[in-house]
Design a protein around this ligand. Structure first.
Ligand code: F6P
Length: 341
């Protein structure tokens, strides 16, 4: 069997670990042949295919990014998208695809699978928001990076007696903000799932100053004030209809300064959370996802994706586009209210 592998959407640490384990097990145990499709669905549309063998995946386990490249291309936004993908698969005699992506890429995979393309999915994203799996790889690394940043920001905030707002990634879900905020001892954590009251945020900031500490406010980029809308610097949309986020952190520090009369600054962590080497946990999870994905291909169990349930890897249906993201449960968020202010 010849299997194509592609990585779509925003990159994340651990993608190469999945590619490596898919290829290693696929070649060594099942005698499969592999090719890579360049830049996610874009390579499938443009017929950009590269050879992928065991020698090509040596040494990539600890490397961030993806050796296959990635993009946010949505084939359904391109004329004849499905037919062009079918032509590419036929031209290279590709029997099945392993698609490594987040909810957008996997939503496309679910639809293409319904249209007859044989696909097994692997969920990835630093945001940890793919439904059906307890965790995605990439998330643990991002939380580690953000926690280290928060630890560092505590000391400079205290030296200057100012508030530091830390904006982390998380478009629809506040998983990174919540985990890194709790691990880093933040005084305020703002997530998209819970629109925030700016007066309450300022009250928490003031009370923190009263105890002679400098406040650390961690905000997911998708956090929204109760009064108003998402704060955006850039309104242009990608092919999945997502605006480019970032802006709430800057807005928060300005409002905190204006309303409390104290100094406040913002650090936007941005792509630092996505780049670089994966944590040990992410390498472990990505490797297991790859091994189980190639088993699913061998079993002919298409239309499924690997998922983590507790400590087991299971197969679940590919999430349909529009299923929505996995969000932070309100009761989980409320557990940490005791640390606010
Ligand atoms: O999907 C992960 C993510 O990190 C989001 O939190 C963020 O909004 C987005 O990617 C930004 O990625 P890009 O600028 O590459 O579209």
């Amino acid at each position: 069997m010849r299997v194509g592998v592609l990585t779509g959407g925003g990159d994340c640490p651990g993608l190469n670990a999945v590619i490596r384990s898919v290829v290693r097990k696929g070649v060594q145990e099942y005698g499969f042949d592999f090719v890579g499709l360049r830049d996610g669905w874009l390579g499938a549309l443009r017929n950009e295919v590269l050879p992928l063998g065991v020698s090509g995946v040596r040494g990539i386990l600890p490397r961030g990014g993806t050796i296959l490249g990635s993009s946010r291309t949505n084939p359904f936004k391109h004329e004849d998208g499905v037919r062009r993908i079918q032509d590419t698969l036929a031209a290279h005699r590709i029997d099945a695809l392993v698609v490594i992506g987040g909810e957008d890429t996997l939503g496309v995979a679910a639809e293409l699978n319904r249209q007859g393309i044989r696909i097994v999915g692997v969920p990835k994203t630093i945001d940890n928001d793919v439904p059906g799996t307890d965790y995605t790889f990439g998330f643990d690394t991002a939380v580690g990076v953000a926690t280290e940043a928060i630890d560092r920001l505590h000391t400079t905030a205290e030296s200057h007696r100012r508030t530091l707002v830390v904006e982390v990634m998380g478009r629809h879900s506040g998983w990174i903000a919540l985990h890194a905020g709790v691990a880093g001892g933040a005084n305020v954590i703002l997530v998209p799932e819970r629109p925030f009251d700016i007066d309450q945020v300022c009250a928490w900031v003031k009370s923190r100053f009263e105890f002679n500490y400098a406040p650390i406010v961690v905000a997911a980029e998708g956090a929204v004030p109760q009064e108003g809308q998402m704060i955006l610097k850039d309104r242009s949309l990608d092919e999945y209809g997502h605006a480019r986020l970032s802006g709430v952190g800057e807005w928060l520090s300005q409002e905190i300064s204006r309303r409390t009369g104290t100094d406040a600054r913002t650090t936007v962590l941005g792509y630092i959370q996505r780049g670089g080497t994966p944590s040990a946990f992410d390498r472990w999870l990505a490797t297991r996802f790859g091994l189980h994905a190639v088993d699913a291909v061998s079993d002919g169990d298409f239309g499924t994706m690997t998922a983590l349930r507790g400590t087991d890897i299971v197969r679940v249906p590919l999430p349909d586009a529009g299923t929505g993201t996995k969000r932070v449960d309100p009761s989980l968020y409320d557990e940490f209210g005791v640390f606010f202010g």
